[in-house]
Ligand binder design. Structure first.
Ligand SMILES: Nc1ncnc2c1ncn2[C@@H]1O[C@H](COP(=O)(O)OP(=O)(O)OP(=O)(O)O)[C@@H](O)[C@H]1O
Length: 657
């Protein structure tokens, strides 16, 4: 300090202020350094005593823990946290926590609406990049949530540290979180979609399970499928013993709106499996991407390939060279051309059952056009069970009517016989548990009819529905419109069927007209293209003929000059590629040069002397004559020479066309 004082003394009165500033800087720096040292020492201490577990968003334990954390009362007291009304986890479960902003006395079972909109509940979560401490089973947990790729909006990670001798506490924590997560996710089906950009699966939401009884199919179909799936999932050892790949494929094909997708969703709920959806025609799909996706499918899940035929409007051949690039003949959808999709059928087949393909999954594929599928794709081993979905039968119409209208559970005495479906002998076991009497009455008032009346109405409804003409989705649409008027719905159904028919006829006509117009347009385009091509061809031919004619002239002049050179004491002429000649000897040559040089002009003169009748295409003929008869008829060489020249020209080999 003394030295500093000595150094600053020449500065006079300002010295004191400067000294104070410097003192502050030195003290501040020392304090900050001490703080940093103590923080890093503390971190070192913590790291050496704490057990730390890391959880990545890409894996399930992250979801379990986030779900568990969202339920911890500690967040209600925390001074820094994140509030969200979005789904807390991949499970899409928004939890009512201690910090819930809604009234706590809201009945869980009661639907709560404000102005027709459902009230949103909020969840409290650990905020990003902050370390939170919560107490769990006699231990203090330090929890840090970070985002690894903030720019991409995903890739979060969780770090949990605890002071403990063994990692039992962390194991207990993860198990508890898993149990709670699974309990809450019990009533939901998780959907994952293929991300073709990154070649990974993205969680797309969790849907409420759909009861299998709400799917109305011909008797026995659902039972058969459910039993088959259950049997498969339970037979891993059986497959292993026989060396058969542990995979099973189901091909659901048929008309649109017949319940293919709904059935898969329902089966997933029944079997407790997640659904992994791949749209083969999506942008950027390639053999490699598909193979990567398939190799990351978990062992017990449903893998759904939607609209299988759509992918192969681009590639119908099993040829390994097939790149999936559309061709004129097999590509009705030319927009695929530039979508970057390079999926080939062989690529798909390899990813389905190649060495890297996942085992233990149930493969479901849907298509509206089974006839478009390559037999290699639908052969047993790839697609073991085929189910055809048709338009609604009367039996289905009756079933779906019963699904829509609840009845009070007391059957009337008069109707026990008529309450059975008309085709009672075909009893679908899964259809027995239709949720009719058990269903909770929603907010709006559906008149509760007794079972007998419902059965009667359902039968009348089915009678009015033509067999195999309308889709179940169309029937559902009609019933939805009349969901509060079961009786009127039946009274008006015949009228609706007529309207539907008319509408379908109209749409069919419009479609036919559109197709005709498109065809006409395409035909015109083809014709225009052909005409253009023809025109271009003609121009090219004309040009080539001209070129040939020029070539001939050059040859002939060369021949003449050679001939002349031979007769006139060895004088020589060099003719360059453009047909111009360069005399090396003056003897006789001026006349020859003028002859050869004036060829083009003489040609045009000759043309004009013919009154312009000879067009370009005839130019070669005219030129030939001109070589024999020089322009203006003035002989530039002697008769004898001309004769020799004629002989020489005729002696030239004709150029091959
Ligand atoms: N057999 C059925 N039982 C119950 N509901 C059905 C049935 N078929 C269709 N639906 C209803 O129709 C709607 C469309 O059904 P879904 O999407 O399952 O048909 P899809 O056959 O998969 O059609 P697409 O081939 O066009 O994909 C759904 O809301 C579903 O509830």
């Amino acid at each position: 300090m003394h030295t500093l004082k000595n150094m600053l003394s020449p500065l006079g009165a300002n010295t004191n202020a400067l000294q104070d500033t410097l003192k502050l800087v030195v003290i501040g720096g020392t304090v900050e350094t001490a703080r940093r040292i103590s923080v890093s020492a503390w971190n070192g201490f913590v790291d050496s005593f704490f057990l730390t577990a890391h959880f990545s968003q890409e894996d399930y334990p992250y979801d379990w823990l986030m779900h568990w954390l969202s339920k911890q009362p500690a967040w209600g007291r925390s001074r820094e946290f994140e509030i969200t009304t979005r789904s807390v986890t991949r499970g899409g479960i928004t939890q009512s926590t201690t910090g819930d902003l809604e009234d706590d006395d809201d009945d869980e079972d009661q639907e709560s609406f404000i102005h027709g909109r459902k009230k949103r509940k909020v969840a409290f979560l650990p905020s990003l990049d902050t370390t939170h401490t919560i107490y769990y089973r006699g231990h203090w947990l330090r929890i840090t949530r970070t985002k690894r790729y903030p720019d991409y909006g995903h890739g979060a990670a969780l770090k949990i540290s605890v002071v403990a001798r063994s990692n039992d506490i962390l194991k207990k924590l993860v198990l508890e979180a898993k149990r709670e997560y699974e309990k809450d996710a019990e009533h939901r089906v998780h959907i994952f979609m293929a991300d073709t950009t990154y070649g990974c699966w993205r969680w797309n939401g969790a849907r409420q399970k759909r009861p299998l009884s709400s799917i109305v199919l011909q008797p026995g179909v659902k039972d058969m499928l459910l039993a088959d799936c259950k049997d498969f999932l339970a037979s891993e050892d059986w497959y292993a013993e026989r060396g058969i790949p542990f995979r099973r494929g189901y091909l659901l094909h048929g008309v649109p709106g017949s319940g293919k997708t709904s059935l898969i969703h329902s089966l997933a709920g029944e079997l407790g499996l997640d659904i992994y959806v791949v749209s083969l025609s999506s942008k950027g799909m390639s053999d490699n991407t598909l193979a990567t996706l398939m190799s990351h499918v978990p062992s017990r899940c449903i893998l759904l390939l939607e609209d299988l035929d759509a992918a192969f409007t681009r590639s119908v051949s099993r040829d390994s060279s097939s790149t999936g690039v559309p061709t004129a003949s097999n590509s009705p959808n030319n927009s695929n051309e530039s979508d970057g999709s390079t999926l080939s059928l062989s690529g798909l087949l390899n990813s389905l059952d190649g060495v890297a393909a996942a085992e233990g999954r149930l493969l479901f594929a849907t298509t509206n056009h089974i006839e478009r599928l390559d037999p290699a794709l639908s052969r047993p081993g790839r697609m073991d069970v085929w189910v055809n979905f048709t338009h609604a039968t009367k039996w289905q119409a009756e079933g779906i009517f019963k699904c829509f209208f609840p009845s009070n559970s007391k059957p009337s005495s008069s109707s026990s016989s008529s309450s059975k479906p008309s085709t009672d002998e075909k009893t679908d076991i899964s259809q027995k548990n239709l949720p009719l009497p058990k269903r909770k009455a929603p907010g709006h008032t559906i008149p509760l009819l007794d079972e007998a009346e419902i059965a009667e109405l359902a039968k009348c409804f089915a009678d009015a529905i033509p067999e195999g003409e309308l889709s179940v989705a169309a029937l559902q649409g009609y019933l939805l419109k009349n969901k509060l008027r079961p009786r009127e719905c039946v009274d008006e159904v015949r009228e609706w069927v007529i309207q539907e028919r008319e509408m379908r006829e109209k749409l069919k006509k419009e479609k036919a007209e559109r197709e005709k117009e498109t065809e006409e347009k395409e035909r015109k385009e083809r014709e225009e293209k052909a005409a253009k091509e023809q025109e271009e061809k003609e121009i090219k031919e004309k040009f080539e003929r001209k070129e040939r004619a020029k070539g001939k002239k050059v040859h002939r002049v060369e021949a003449i000059l050679k001939l002349e050179g031979a007769t006139s004491c060895g004088s020589s002429t060099v003719i360059n590629s453009s047909g111009e000649s360069t005399p090396t000897e003056p003897t006789l040559m001026p006349a020859l040069i003028s002859n050869s040089k004036s060829e083009s002009s003489s040609s045009s003169e000759s043309d004009s002397s013919n009154g312009g009748i000879e067009a370009d295409t005839e130019e070669s003929m005219t030129s030939e004559e001109e070589v024999d008869k020089p322009a203006g008829g003035i002989p530039t060489i002697s008769k004898e020479t001309a004769k020799e020249k004629w002989v020489a020209v005729k002696g030239q080999p004709e150029p091959v066309d």
